[in-house]
Design a binder for this molecule. Structure first.
Ligand code: COA
Length: 151
């Protein structure tokens, strides 16, 4: 698949989480060619099409969390969940990122928290707002994984 097929697939998977901003595809397209960012997609082995995606890149100028590289957008299309794809995507992301990586997750999102812990992320704290994100339900978790941490 080419980059434009990947972009269309990413948009479809991302849309499974709700309405996207009008400039979403344009923003992701820019990140796909930005050397500071890594955008990964998961595909089925036996059929074309994106079934998951995630990215990692710098978040700076934060007042309520450390500056650093953050995981974002980790999503597996609903029909393909619970078969190890999210875990592999997150594992590959921390490898391509190298070094320390942060992530923020809604405290209610058991699936994502489990996944992060399995990939060696440790909890740094909980708050109603991290990195400018206000969490549904009122609590989010800030996580960090250091290079060489438990995999
Ligand atoms: C979170 C998400 C990416 C997980 O993807 P996935 O491909 O289903 O994850 P995996 O199959 O690799 O799951 C690995 C482990 O995570 C945990 N997990 C995954 N889904 C879970 C769920 N619904 N409930 C509880 N634990 C879950 C389990 O420990 C699981 O291992 P197991 O299946 O052996 O029990 C997926 O559910 C998703 O896209 N959710 C919506 C978007 C989202 O919340 N993204 C995270 C934002 S921070």
């Amino acid at each position: 698949m080419g980059a434009s097929d990947d972009l269309a697939g990413i948009v479809a998977v991302a849309a499974s989480r709700g309405r996207l901003p009008a400039d979403f595809a344009e923003r992701i397209d820019a990140r796909m060619t930005d050397a500071d960012w890594r955008v990964l997609v998961a595909e089925r082995t036996n059929a074309p099409g994106v079934i998951g995606w995630a990215m990692v890149g710098p978040w700076t100028g934060l007042v309520d969390a450390p500056d650093g590289r953050y995981v974002s957008a980790l999503t597996v299309t609903p029909e393909a969940r619970r078969s190890g794809i999210g875990g592999r995507l997150l594992g590959d992301l921390v490898v391509v990122a190298g070094g320390t990586v942060f992530s923020v997750v809604n405290a209610r999102n058991r699936a994502s928290l489990d996944l992060h812990r399995r990939q060696g992320f440790v909890e740094l704290g909980r708050a109603a707002r991290f990195a400018g994100i206000d969490f549904d339900g009122g609590s989010g978790v800030l996580l960090r994984r250091d290079q060489g941490g438990p995999a």
